[in-house]
Ligand binder design. Structure first.
Ligand code: 2IT
Length: 448
């Protein structure tokens, strides 16, 4: 499929002006390719400069984060909040604390987040933030000092009706607690200004599980659409954080066999399946200051594969849940060679553009992250609703809503892809469905 001249020209101009923002350009190009069929029928998108406006964040806040380590040394990190698009609601999206964080990676994440949030059907705009901070080997006091300093600047830019951050890589319930405490101290108010809070002080049941459970609900819907089920399927998983944990739990419950996990040091192969106390152990590993998967292999006496990703392991379904661009063309070829048939993105953009081409070219079913992992932010939206109502809903109610949301997203993707003559293409379906909602809201609201 060639790209329509309007998106091609906007992409070209972005490339000229942001040549170093490689992840952002990658995310934009993918969306532009998908939405190309819309521009013949809707010349209004071009006359309203929708693509030019959509690729320019409403605002980027970049700030200094000074803190003191346990040796008394002064340290400085770079903090950001990208407030990308508020057409559908207050900016919403996670905070990532990881050495890979740059303006480019947060622009890509904020851009994607806007379409993902649109797919959930809840009133949330798109945003993302974070810092180039490395939690490895940090003590708890250092984490707290960092979070407090980060919030000492961020608090003036966020609010329950303005921008509601959450967690992401490196930011879990513990960090959300420190961030929330500092926000409360600085503003003197107890607001639903962050999601992913601990249950006892405004969090939602099932928010920790939501991203992973949602991915499995979507994978289940996809398999049923193909006349199959999860029962007995071997699932190659990467990562070992919050997303991988939720996927492993729900996949096990529905009869799938999760055979791998990975970390920066390599991967483990556990052909018996990750279940029971192994799931508990994932939580322990996540809280440890070491960012390694090897301890899992030592503890459960399974194979540790230093420096290797899981994608050469035979499986029917692969769910990359670590980080962007963790599955490249070579990995995609391994999956094809081993007769893997489905790839569902758990992380945001874990597959490179080349990998997606290989997978789709070989006839695998591929579901992009912005559809598959939308359950996390969907339950964040429900957390906001509970905070506004000053109530807490029962787990069953949230699980029912989560499952229905993922099934709707699944069906929408297929329906929209078919509408534009690309039946079965979840990428096209997700991008067009999300894009239309955001673009039409922007047109309604005028040139702002
Ligand atoms: O990538 C994501 O969707 C998240 N990190 C969750 C965002 C949120 O606001 O819950």
């Amino acid at each position: 499929m060639g790209m329509h001249p309007y998106p091609a020209q906007v992409l070209n101009s972005l490339r000229g002006r942001n040549p170093w923002e490689t992840e952002f350009l990658q995310a934009v190009e993918e969306v532009f390719e998908s939405v190309s069929p819309l521009f013949e029928l809707n010349p209004q998108y071009a006359s309203e400069a929708i693509l030019e406006r959509m690729t320019e964040p409403e605002r980027i806040i970049s700030f200094r984060v000074p803190w003191t380590d346990d040796q008394g040394r002064h340290r400085v990190n770079r903090g950001f909040r990208v407030q990308f698009n508020s057409a559908l609601g207050p900016y919403k999206g996670g905070l990532r604390f990881h050495p890979s964080v740059t303006q480019s990676s947060l622009k890509f994440l904020g851009f994607e987040q806007g379409f993902k949030n649109a797919l959930t059907g809840l009133p949330m705009g798109g945003g993302k933030g974070g810092a180039d901070f490395d939690f490895r080997n940090c003590t708890d006091r250092e984490r707290m000092a960092f979070c407090q300093s980060f919030m000492s600047e961020l608090y003036r830019h966020i609010g329950p009706d303005i921008d509601v951050p959450a967690g992401d890589i490196g930011v879990g319930a513990r960090e959300i607690g420190y961030l929330f405490g500092q926000y409360k101290r600085l503003t003197g108010s107890f607001h639903g200004v962050l999601t992913g809070k601990r249950l006892e002080w405004g969090g939602s049941l099932l928010r920790p599980e939501a991203t992973g459970y949602g991915i499995v609900y979507l994978a289940d819907a996809m398999l049923r659409a193909a006349g199959e089920g999860l029962e007995g399927k071997r699932i190659a998983l990467s990562g070992f954080g919050n997303v991988a944990w939720g996927v492993a739990r729900k996949a096990e419950e529905l009869g799938g066999v999760v055979i791998s996990l990975s970390g920066p040091d390599g991967s483990i192969h556990d052909p018996e399946g990750i279940r029971g106390e192994k799931l508990e152990y994932m939580l322990e590993m996540r809280l440890s200051p070491r960012d390694e998967i090897r301890p899992y292999a030592d503890r459960f006496k399974v194979e540790f594969r230093p420096g290797r990703r899981p994608w050469d392991l035979p499986c029917e379904l692969a769910i990359p849940c670590a980080i962007q661009n963790e599955l490249d063309e070579d990995d995609a070829r391994s999956l094809v060679r081993n007769q893997c048939r489905y790839v569902v993105e758990g992380a945001n953009m874990p597959c490179t553009a080349g990998a997606v081409e290989v997978l789709q070219g070989a006839g695998l079913v591929f579901v992009p992250g912005k559809a598959a992992n939308a359950g996390g932010v969907a339950v964040s939206g429900l957390e906001m609703a509970q905070n506004s109502a000053r109530r807490s809903w029962p787990a069953e109610e949230i699980d029912t809503l989560l499952r229905a949301t993922m099934e709707t997203i699944h069906d929408t993707c297929l329906q929209v892809a078919e509408e534009v003559g690309q039946a079965g293409d979840y990428v096209v379906g997700a991008n067009i469905a999300g894009f239309r909602k955001v673009a039409d809201a922007m047109i309604d609201q005028g040139l702002v």
